[in-house]
Design a protein around this ligand. Structure first.
Ligand SMILES: Nc1ncnc2c1ncn2[C@@H]1O[C@H](COP(=O)(O)OP(=O)(O)OP(=O)(O)O)[C@@H](O)[C@H]1O
Ligand SMILES: [Mg+2]
Length: 369
């Protein structure tokens, strides 16, 4: 799949932009703060119905304006599609595929996949377990609608169970019949989520190790799924934790406590890994994500690489560049044009170089090098 054209109107620091992309490699160079990441986020927002950089949709509207438009023309399996995202202050977001609104925005997720590699991906190593669960949940949900449904039901039920546990503490009365009905839902959905995570991690690990090997030949890495359900039956665990749950006023057993352990050799990546090693680890995870989406969907998602050369040594950069021709469409940003152009000289792809300067873009094409 490729994005062939992009139109921006009042998107962050872009007043207006019309761009035609290379189906292979697109390079965005420009100073810090010029709008490179914003442009990748605009493409990502067509894929996911919202961007990743800012938390609130409103922050995407150019300062001092009250509406924005992002429109992209995509080619997917030889067919052309137009996606439009529109946002106006105080109004509901508009998202259209070929002029047609979606009934639910979630229907769009996974249809136009993109993988966004960002400098703060390394937070995945440092953060708590929640962001690692989110990484895998978002990926699995794009491949398996049942998984998403189970996850939504589980989380909803967990919230209700936790509120009830709080009420126990406040009222001094305990309604175990109600707890049991929640437990039934947690068991049914949680067991399915557990099994899916366990089998998915097997599939993921193989692809991930392959990419890590490609980037870094001489280091062993591993990824382990950690769940309370591995040690103890879910039902038994919920029953045994009841006393603890009442004391804590929340549910202490279940798949919401799962984690994914990142290992370098036999040790903890968070503790032992250098910045470059951690960056390579999460980069290999993102490339595995790309490959797995491709194998399930039958086409490559768009790959958005933001400042990926920073913190990688020249051998890792060279290895990454060697992989480019095996991917689909790639977007790459760098604040140092000379370095980028020199590095990309060896990459034999149809390239388009864009220079970004305070929200204004100029581009030129380069034939296969
Ligand atoms: N809503 C908005 N309206 C106008 N400008 C905005 C808005 N949101 C962000 N910006 C501007 O966008 C710029 C940041 O752009 P971006 O992060 O894309 O830069 P970059 O080229 O990726 O820089 P770097 O090389 O530092 O990563 C900032 O200067 C910021 O002020
Ligand atoms: Mg940036």
């Amino acid at each position: 799949m490729t994005i062939d054209r992009l139109h921006l109107y009042n998107f962050k620091n872009y007043a207006e932009a019309d761009l035609i992309f290379s189906p292979q490699l697109n390079v965005l160079v420009g100073n810090n703060g010029s709008g490179k990441t914003n442009l990748l986020d605009a493409i990502y927002s067509l894929s996911f119905t919202k961007g990743v950089i800012s938390t609130a949709d409103q922050h995407y509207i150019k300062e001092g304006e009250n509406q924005l438009v992002v429109r992209g023309t995509f080619t997917k399996k030889q067919k052309v599609y137009e996606l439009t995202l529109g946002l106006q202050t105080g109004q509901k977001k508009v998202f259209r595929e070929n002029g047609q609104d979606y009934t639910k925005l979630s229907e769009h997720i996974g249809q136009y996949p993109a993988v966004f590699v960002l400098p703060d991906d390394v937070d995945l190593v440092k953060d708590g377990s929640e962001s690692r669960r989110k990484f895998f949940d978002t990926l699995i949900a794009q491949l398996d609608k049942n998984y998403l449904e189970n996850l939504m039901r589980y989380n909803h039920c967990l919230k209700q169970r936790n509120s009830l546990l709080k009420m126990f503490a406040e009222s001094g009365r305990q309604d175990w019949v109600m707890i049991e009905s929640y437990d039934d839902v947690l068991l049914a959905t949680g067991q399915a989520i557990f099994q899916k995570r366990a089998s998915f991690i097997e599939e993921f690990l193989e692809v991930f190790k392959h990419y890590y090997q490609m980037l870094v030949s001489d280091e062993a890495v591993n990824l382990r799924y950690a769940s309370l359900l591995i040690e103890q039956d879910f039902k038994e665990g919920l029953l045994q934790s009841r006393g603890k749950d009442v004391a804590l006023q929340r549910t202490s057993f279940g798949i919401h406590r799962d984690d994914f352990i990142f290992l370098l050799g036999d040790g903890d990546l968070k503790r032992l890994g250098s910045q470059g090693q951690q960056k390579s680890f999460v980069l290999a995870m993102k490339l595995a994500q790309l490959e797995i989406l491709k194998s399930h969907k039958g086409f490559y998602p768009i790959l958005l690489l933001d400042d990926v050369f920073d913190k990688l040594d020249s051998s890792r950069i060279a290895q990454l560049l060697k992989l480019f021709p095996t991917f689909g469409q790639v977007f790459l940003t760098d604040a140092r044009p000379d370095r980028t152009l020199m590095l990309l000289d060896t990459v034999k792809l149809e390239k388009k170089i864009f220079t970004v300067d305070k929200g204004v873009i100029s581009g030129y094409s380069q034939e296969k090098g």
